[in-house]
Design a binder for this molecule. Structure first.
Ligand code: 9UX
Length: 72
């Protein structure tokens, strides 16, 4: 199955930041697709909720060195 979550990211200052975050999110087991938009400072992530959780994705972004919050 699939779930989609949108996260707000802080701390990105160049396009390579967004690419870096995308690649790192994609390494989280269960993540199927990750898109990070530098201009809107948002990440859209599709994942299998049986394998990954939103918190797994949040933890990975923090570990990569950026601030992150779930969109309400
Ligand atoms: Mo650009 Mo982002 O040189 O961590 S990659 S600032």
């Amino acid at each position: 199955s699939e779930e989609n979550v949108t996260l707000s990211i802080t701390g990105m200052t160049c396009a390579a930041c967004a690419t870096r975050i995308e690649k790192n999110i994609a390494k989280v087991p269960g993540v199927q697709k990750a898109n990070v938009n530098l201009a809107t400072e948002k990440a859209s992530v599709i994942y299998d909720p049986a394998v990954a959780s939103v918190n797994d994705v949040i933890a990975k972004i923090k570990k990569t060195g950026y601030g992150v919050q779930e969109e309400k």
